[in-house]
Ligand binder design. Structure first.
Ligand code: PRX
Length: 643
């Protein structure tokens, strides 16, 4: 791997919030006096009552994580009200539609009014502090309005990505017993329509907790409305006042739930609370992107993922930024779209995923080079490891070797970025997320949890808490402890493996558990397996990740059919369509191999290590297969591997 250092640019360092000296000083201060450091950083948000207690954390026993616990605030006030005097007429959100001819600019004052109207509407529908509200919306301004309106009335939002199926939506609504669903008639992506309200209606057939559905008009497509349950957003909001008293929230009151996949079982509801999360969102957005007032900032994620929560909505708005929300995709109407949008809106900071970079690389430099991109100052990457080749293309072709790249490592669970270069302070190496942020204490441990020193490789853990850390799994605190704190006692286990080089730089190598990362979308192999075995012709299934040039990882499925069922191409297609319907189009299998048998130990446990190797075509080093009940199945699988 490329180990060459790309030095900090003097012109960036000269004006940066954090230069190398300040980075060192902050890192030392956060280690020496965490209370003092995080007390100072708490000033980033608008408190109704400032906290006096800063940190109370125990990673052992029942696991308890509290930050700023006696503080009182409301996240929407930090994002909106406190900016009204200073930047009420500044654009808060630039919305760029799927159609390149449609865009909208919303000022902080407008956004405040829209949030207040919907918040009043939610109260009229009976929503109170602590109630759960599900949001199933496309990338339209209403998505940000809905999040902030929930925050305003103290409701806990749970956003479900618009690419998830009706079944996935239903199980998430059921798990957190949401009382209201906010959706839209249809979404739009790459010139196609997404039938959100129809999906929602299907889902709601099994969701008795939902009392009301608020439907935003987006495409104007006609959708059925159920009398007494469904209300159009505009009808609900038209009659509401444009101000709304914010609910006072304890710092540890929940702000949102976001479902994410783990190595076992159903997706879990990651719960984030208000005070620490907001401090973390503001701290990391300002430092990592070196955000300066007046700059245009664009994160291409969807609000259905944590990146959209923290780096499209809460972080940028807390910092008074202008944040761009993009409804479309990188290759519609052409593969120059990203760069055309950069020029159109004079974007200064651009944050995207390696999978997008890799797919655009295929089309060469011309679609990039025909645009100016002169406004760009900082580039970011998130969601999966970025291979050095893609990093260098991003750096040279997109950024003209002028813009530092911040490769940001973090997770839904961490609330915000933990490991990343700061552009004015940390020299970069293509493919490395570099160093922890000040106040973050990663370590690499061996299989027994022994902390490893120096240049080494191991399991990535965090030794201490940071304010943006998740607090629990909604409704299942025991699973929280079990999932994250039981593998290595007293440490938060990330599920990732990493290497650390002689300069202390971290290189994330990917998941070491049964989670796969497809185009930056996180999926549990267990979820895909249970979707497959729900098909009437399938007896058994095992799913693993396989290396994929564009997606990072692809989905490789081994399927054993029930006796008497024929393995045909038609059935293969049917199974792909089945999984897409059960989970959503993002979980589309890339390969299905018919497996008359699966490699199992004598106790019946599937040996996934072997299946991963076969899928990756690394069949030379299969390791010890002597514990298998029937070693013969391995040869059969190797011979019939899907290419
Ligand atoms: O494996 C890591 C990978 O994405 C996982 C977290 O996925 P999710 O919770 O969906 O959050 C994605 C957005 C933060 C991690 O466990 N990952 C994320 N960022 C990087 C990464 N792997 C390598 N480098 C990154 N910069």
């Amino acid at each position: 791997m490329a180990d060459d250092l790309i030095a900090v640019k003097t012109e960036i360092a000269a004006k940066a919030h954090v230069n190398t000296d300040r980075h060192r000083a902050m890192t030392e201060a956060a280690a020496k006096d965490p209370e003092g450091f995080w007390r100072e950083q708490s000033g980033r948000v608008a408190w109704m009552k400032a906290p006096t207690k800063i940190k109370s954390v125990d990673f052992t026993g029942d696991v308890s994580i509290r930050w700023y616990e006696d503080g009182v605030l409301n996240a929407s006030v930090s994002c909106l009200d406190r900016h009204l005097d200073t930047r009420g007429d500044q654009v808060a959100i630039i919305w760029e539609g799927d159609d390149p001819n449609s865009d909208v600019k919303v000022t902080y004052r407008d956004l405040h009014a829209r949030v207040c109207r919907l918040a009043n509407g939610l109260r009229e529908l009976g929503v109170k502090k602590g109630d759960r509200v599900c949001i199933y919306l496309p990338m339209i301004v209403e998505a940000a309005v809905a999040m902030l309106a929930c925050a305003r009335v103290g409701a806990i939002h749970s956003i479900v990505f618009g690419g998830f199926s009706a079944d996935s939506l239903a199980s998430r609504i059921q798990d957190s017993e949401c009382s209201v669903l906010i959706t839209a008639d249809e979404g739009r992506r790459g010139g196609r329509k997404v039938p959100l309200k129809t999906n929602a209606d299907d889902a709601l057939a099994t969701c008795p907790s939902i009392r009301h559905v608020i439907v935003a008009k987006n495409t104007g497509g006609s959708v059925p409305m159920q009398a007494g349950r469904d209300v159009m957003w505009d009808d609900l909001c038209a009659k509401q006042p444009a101000t709304c008293e914010p609910e006072p929230m304890g710092a540890e009151d929940p702000l949102f739930i976001l479902y994410t996949s783990g190595s076992t079982g159903k997706p879990k509801g990651v719960l984030h609370t208000t005070g620490g999360y907001m401090v973390w969102a503001s701290y990391t957005h300002e430092l990592v992107f070196d955000y300066r007032p007046g700059e245009i900032y664009w994160c291409t994620a969807d609000v259905g993922w944590v990146t959209g929560h923290t780096y499209i909505v809460y972080g940028p708005l807390a910092n008074g930024a202008t944040t761009l929300m993009f409804e479309g995709v990188p290759n519609y109407p052409s593969v120059s779209r990203f760069w055309e949008v950069v020029d159109k809106h004079q974007v200064n900071i651009f944050y995207t995923a390696p999978t997008a970079i890799r797919s655009l690389m295929r089309d060469g430099e011309a679609p990039v080079k025909k645009t100016s991109r002169a406004s760009l100052r900082i580039l970011g990457s998130v969601g999966e490891p970025i291979n050095p080749e893609a990093w260098l293309w991003y750096y040279r072709v997109v950024g003209d070797e002028r813009c530092p790249i911040v490769d940001t490592w973090w997770q839904t669970e961490t609330g915000g970025i933990l490991i990343s270069p700061l552009p004015g302070a940390v020299a970069q190496k293509p493919g490395s997320a570099t160093l922890p942020l000040p106040g973050v204490f990663p370590a690499l441990v061996d299989g027994e949890g022994k902390v490893l020193d120096g240049a080494t490789e191991g399991n990535l853990v965090l030794l201490d808490s940071w304010p943006g850390q998740m607090r629990t799994i909604y409704g299942d605190h025991a699973r929280f402890g079990q999932t994250y704190f039981s593998t290595f006692k007293g440490m938060y286990f990330t599920g990732d493996g990493a290497r650390r080089d002689k300069d202390g730089y971290y290189w994330i190598t990917g998941r070491v558990d049964d989670v796969i990362n497809v185009s930056g979308h996180r999926m549990g192999t267990a979820e895909i397996e249970s979707a497959l075995v729900a098909h009437p012709k399938v007896a058994e299934a095992a799913v693993v990740g396989m290396p994929h040039d564009l997606k990072g990882q692809g989905i490789y499925c081994y399927v054993t059919l029930k006796s008497g069922e024929e393995p045909t191409d038609a059935l293969r297609k049917e199974l792909v369509a089945w999984v897409r319907k059960e989970i959503g189009p993002i979980a589309s299998p890339d390969a299905i191999q018919w497996a008359p048998g699966l490699p199992k130990t004598r106790s019946g446990k599937i040996m996934r290590r072997i299946l991963r190797k076969i899928a990756a075509n690394e069949t030379d080093g299969l390791g010890d297969t002597s514990t298998l009940a029937d070693p013969g199945v391995v040869q059969e699988l190797i011979e019939n591997r899907v290419r």
